[in-house]
Design a protein around this ligand. Structure first.
Ligand SMILES: [Zn+2]
Length: 201
């Protein structure tokens, strides 16, 4: 049964006791890369769960074994046996979890990064879709027949509009516009209400 402790900044330490050996594996993951380094120390069989402490000098692992107390120190990714027992009075004990699986040393090595795929060639532009009716605020545009309305101004082009112009005032209900200023006028109007232009028809 292994013990593990999160060291922060993507580092995780695993401890396991195999016979008289203490196996320590440091797994670090950063920027999507997993790295593992393992060491074994002849400490004797554990008689108590390992303890870890955070000290200003690094992380200290305290092992209580049949051979007495052992301390391992982890500085960065360097792991070593401490020759003297450190004073851990003020050290912060770190939370460990047990019952985890030791990351196997037989783990397959990470797949090498795949080389970047070359950029896909740009897909050619889709052919233009026929114009959809467009509406923005009080502005409206239609493509077929070409029709545009802005506020109270209206413009029409195409067969429908052409025929309505050709048939002149006989087309009931069709809006008319002053040919001078474009103001809509009633078919019955003789003069433009806006500019006074004389309306023919
Ligand atoms: Zn007018």
């Amino acid at each position: 049964m292994a013990y593990t402790c999160e060291l922060g900044s993507g580092q995780r330490l695993y401890l396991d006791n195999v016979g008289e050996q203490t196996a320590v594996t440091l797994a670090s993951s950063s920027a999507g890369q997993q790295q593992q380094s393992g060491s074994q120390f002849a400490t004797g069989a554990w008689t108590a769960p390992p303890e870890m402490f955070r000290t200003p000098q690094g992380v200290v692992i305290k092992l209580t074994t049949t051979q007495g107390m052992h301390h391992l120190q982890l500085q960065g990714s360097q792991l070593g046996v401490m020759s003297q027992s450190p004073a851990l009075g003020n050290a912060q004990q770190m939370q460990m979890s047990s019952g985890v699986a030791m990351p196997g040393t037989a783990m397959p090595p990470m797949e090498p990064m795949q080389p970047m795929q070359p950029m896909q060639p740009m897909t050619p532009m889709e052919p233009m879709q026929p114009m959809q009716p467009m509406k923005m605020g009080d502005m409206e545009m239609n493509a077929n027949p070409m029709q545009m309305r802005m506020g109270n101004m209206e413009m029409q082009m195409g067969s429908a509009a052409a025929s309505s112009i050709a048939s002149g005032s006989s087309t009931a209900g069709k809006a008319k516009f002053c040919s001078q200023c474009g103001t809509p006028v009633k078919p019955s109007d003789r003069f433009c209400a806006n500019c006074g232009h004389q309306l023919n028809g």
